[in-house]
Design a binder for this molecule. Structure first.
Ligand code: QAP
Ligand code: CO
Length: 171
């Protein structure tokens, strides 16, 4: 098991479009385990492979308090959606930033598990928001891109400044 470094906005690698997973092997299981460990350590409720600089269609999510209910979504597709909801979202790639985003309320998702077995889930509320947020990462999209250009630029400036301070303090 290993903790993986998380990319931070505005890292251009966060805009990479992920490729479908075609081989369900031991290396994939290891990546799932490492991503789960990285998410639990953060702590976070969702992590897309894109955020750890692996550009394949893989997401881990765990909304449970006990961190014992891991959901792994590989090659996910939204096949139906309805309604609208606003949720104040955060992101491990944009630490300290929380903003309202409007998304679908109900979704149906088809995906594969770590063995390659297809399955279907229906989600609403926070799980629905989280799946949509993480699937955006796989398309190279970060939630701040839903905000106004003014807000987004303020966040970008703040993140760059913060990264420089961390860099400076490490000397
Ligand atoms: C995505 O986000 C999400 O700013 C997952 O300082 C968030 O796990 C989907 C985190 C909300 C739906 C609703 C953020 C941790 C974790 C931070 C996360 C931070 C530390 C975010
Ligand atoms: Co995110």
């Amino acid at each position: 098991m290993a903790l993986l470094p998380i990319l931070h906005y505005p890292d251009p690698r966060l805009h990479t479009v992920a490729k479908p997973v075609q081989v369900f092997d031991a290396a994939l299981k290891q990546l799932v385990a490492d991503m789960a460990e990285t998410m639990y350590d953060a702590p976070g409720i969702g992590l897309a492979a894109t955020q750890v600089d692996k550009h394949i269609q893989l997401i881990v999510i765990d909304l449970s308090k006990e961190k014992n209910d891991l959901l792994v979504l590989i090659n996910p597709k939204i096949t139906a959606q309805a309604g609208e909801q606003d949720y104040e979202e955060g992101c491990l790639s944009v630490p300290g930033v929380y903003e309202l985003v409007t998304r679908a309320e109900w979704i149906t998702v088809e995906a594969q598990d770590v063995e390659g077995q297809p399955f279907k889930i229906q989600a609403d509320g926070l799980l629905s928001v989280c799946i949509q947020h993480e699937m955006d990462h796989l398309r190279g999209k970060v939630f701040v891109e839903y905000l106004s250009p003014l807000k987004r630029n303020r966040i970008r400036t703040r993140m760059v400044k913060h990264a420089r301070e961390i860099e400076r303090n490490s000397y």
